[in-house]
Design a protein around this ligand. Structure first.
Ligand code: PGA
Ligand code: ZN
Length: 423
């Protein structure tokens, strides 16, 4: 049973405070987990509790959340069997007592939830992916790799937040990762030759001052070909415009690139044109989080050809996912543990996707740590897709390296498939 629960304040990849939680068992097993943090957050996400004390970290300290783990959560959780994940998560929800985890903080609750899962896995002598996934097949996720950043993740002239590549033609995860890394390095050379800067954004993708959002697709396609791959067949494109971040007073304002203001219908038309012009297989948050009619229009128009992913729209919350399924607002969901704030509720969100026949993509946040929980979680959930940034910045690489380890450990039983079927 659990003997100790203790949190501390650490730093994330942007140098902002976050929590690391340690869970110790009676038999001496000690597990820890660290909590990520977003920048282009959905307005309905569970509350990330920050101290607001301007004398520490510009108000971003998390000592209150640390205190909630140590003083309020620990006494309730100590003595319980770590295998009772659902019960422990429910207990924390009850202790919090608010609909959005505003009292204890979703960061406090999630840290404990993840560390409990790790402790239980160690106690069962199983790798985390096997403990959370149970027996059955083990599917390695197709990376949806962000190699060009804009929006809120970079100070440049690109409105759309993430331009990603997916190595659909690769035979295994390791090969797919290699395809992506080769394109990343080739892209760097191409950007340099064109006179663009090659500094990276928060998720490790390049952040050049391109002339338009289209140029981002074009320069990536150039890199895919120059690296020796066939765009579309070997490597396809995926986008996360994160449109909530440029939606102002009812219009989509492409102000960073100077491409003007667009209505919902004009945005849907833009995506339709892009899907015809470029080998794009997935678009996440192409419309703003409250533009449900826009999502429905887009799904009706493009849903048969395109994976349409809701991130800010659903915030990994079963309540909004149910609405999305009823209204056919998309055909896929982005899954972020810290948007909802516990392992159990995240798994519930994924169950809903499965029941609806929807795809789901397990995702990091733009503020991450070296914790690799996400890699194991993606394999355990078996959805076959992961977003965990570029092949640059060690907080991203840590997840990719963990996936390489898992694939090697699984050997023959590891599955790796194109989530969209044959290209
Ligand atoms: P965030 O961005 O972690 O900054 O919210 C990631 C995303 O929008 O997918
Ligand atoms: Zn997103």
């Amino acid at each position: 049973s659990i003997r100790s629960v203790k949190a501390m304040e650490i730093l994330d990849s942007r140098g902002n405070p976050t929590l690391r939680v340690f869970v110790g068992l009676e038999n001496g097993i000690m597990a820890s987990a660290s909590v990520p943090s977003g920048a282009s957050t959905g307005e309905n996400e569970a509350v990330e509790l920050r101290d607001g004390d301007p004398r520490r970290y510009g108000g971003k300290g998390v000592l209150q959340a640390v205190n909630h783990v140590n003083m309020l959560i620990a006494p309730e959780v100590i003595g319980r069997d770590p295998i009772c994940q659902a019960e422990i998560d429910r207990l924390m929800l009850e202790l919090d007592g608010t609909p959005n985890k505003g009292r204890l903080g979703a960061n406090a609750i999630l840290g404990v939830s993840q560390a409990v899962a790790r402790a239980a896995a160690l106690n069962a002598n199983l790798p985390l992916y096997a403990y959370l996934g149970g027996p059955g097949e083990f599917r390695l996720p197709m990376p949806m790799m962000n190699i060009l950043n804009g929006g809120k993740h970079a100070d440049n002239s690109v409105d759309f937040q993430e331009f990603m590549i997916m190595p659909l033609g690769a035979a295994c995860f390791a090969e797919g990762l290699r395809y992506c890394a080769e394109v990343f390095h080739t892209l760097k050379n191409i950007l340099k030759k064109k006179g663009y800067n090659t500094n990276v954004g928060d998720e490790g993708g390049f952040a050049p001052n391109l002339k338009s959002n289209e140029e981002a697709c074009e320069v990536i396609l150039e890199a895919i070909e120059a690296a020796g791959y066939r765009p579309g067949q070997d490597i396809a494109l995926a986008l996360d415009p994160a449109a909530s971040s440029f939606f102002e007073a009812g219009t989509y304002n492409l102000s960073k690139s100077g491409q003007g203001k667009k209505s919902t219908d004009e945005m849907v038309a833009l995506y339709e044109e892009w899907v015809r012009r470029y080998p794009i297989v997935s678009v996440e948050d192409g419309l703003a989080e409250n533009d449900w009619p826009g999502f429905e229009k887009k799904t009706a128009l493009l849903g048969d050809r395109l994976q349409i992913v809701g991130d800010d729209l659903y915030v990994t919350n079963p309540h909004y996912i149910r609405r999305g399924i009823a209204e056919k607002a998309s055909n896929a969901v982005l899954i972020k543990l810290n948007q909802i704030g516990s392992v159990t509720e995240t798994i519930e969100a994924i169950q809903l996707c499965r029941q609806a026949g929807w795809a789901f993509v397990i995702s990091h946040r733009s503020g991450e740590t070296e914790d690799t929980f996400l890699a194991d979680f993606a394999v355990a959930m078996g959805g076959g897709q992961i977003k965990t940034g570029s092949v640059c910045r060690s907080e991203r690489i840590a997840k990719y390296n963990r996936l390489l380890e898992i694939e090697a450990e699984l050997g023959q039983v590891a599955l790796f498939q194109n989530p969209f079927g044959k290209q």
